[in-house]
Design a protein around this ligand. Structure first.
Ligand SMILES: Nc1ncnc2c1ncn2[C@@H]1O[C@H](COP(=O)(O)OP(=O)(O)OP(=O)(O)O)[C@@H](O)[C@H]1O
Length: 204
């Protein structure tokens, strides 16, 4: 069970290439919430997730994690948040096992085995990621959701390339995570089948 957390975005102004993506954006989410960021292609959904993850800075505004200001000092967020971006953060020359051990060095062998079995990847343990299909690469990236103990998940298009079975597995896992007090912020262009979400529509 995760302890109770909140994420508060206040008056956020994000600009990229001198183009405003949002100004004065504010919202708050808590343990147990799934927040879905909606918007057209290019609206700025991924940029918002990157700002929340500390990958790019906002022009103005604040981010609070459990009421502590993490806009500048991201250490608390880094301890508690897992960001999986569009490009999945997997190293294509490394094997599946090497990738997961890189991100989760303390993983126990049985934990790794059961997660990879669940995700249909066990027989690819020793395969370099560059030899996998797009959906399998996505599964390797998402395996960190089973192996890490982070409370806040920031997921950019996590369902991209997944087949029906993969979508069900991931939705089940997200539901379980929030039922244990986790918090999930995600972008997706598809309808969630079995998850109730709060939505933020991203447009100027
Ligand atoms: N690395 C970058 N450098 C400069 N501008 C960028 C960069 N990445 C994205 N942008 C610009 O920021 C704007 C928002 O892009 P972003 O990827 O956040 O949109 P999105 O809503 O996630 O789009 P999509 O639904 O297509 O994934 C776009 O106009 C894009 O051109």
């Amino acid at each position: 069970m995760h302890s109770y957390v909140s994420l508060t975005i206040s008056d956020l102004w994000i600009e990229r290439d001198e183009r405003d993506l949002c100004k004065g954006l504010s919202f708050e989410v808590h343990s147990g919430d799934v927040l879905r960021i909606l918007g057209e292609n290019g609206a700025g959904k991924s940029s918002l997730l990157k700002v929340m993850a500390g990958v790019i800075p906002p022009l103005e505004g604040q981010i609070h994690y459990s009421e502590k200001d993490v806009t500048q000092d991201r250490s608390l967020l880094h301890e508690n948040a897992l960001y999986i971006g569009h490009f999945a953060g997997v190293k294509r020359l490394l094997t599946v096992e090497e990738n997961l051990r890189w991100h989760c060095p303390n993983v126990l062998p049985n934990e790794l085995e059961s997660t990879l079995t669940h995700l249909g990847l066990l027989s690819f343990l020793d395969s370099p990621v560059q030899t996998l299909s797009a959906g399998q690469v996505r599964r390797v990236a998402l395996a960190r959701l089973w192996l890490s103990k982070k409370t806040l998940w920031l997921l950019d298009e996590p369902f991209a390339s997944l087949d029906d079975k993969g979508i069900v597995i991931l939705e089940d896992h997200i539901r379980q995570h929030v039922s244990l007090g986790g918090l999930v912020v995600l972008t997706t262009h598809q309808n969630l089948r079995s998850i109730s979400s709060r939505d933020v529509v991203f447009s100027l």
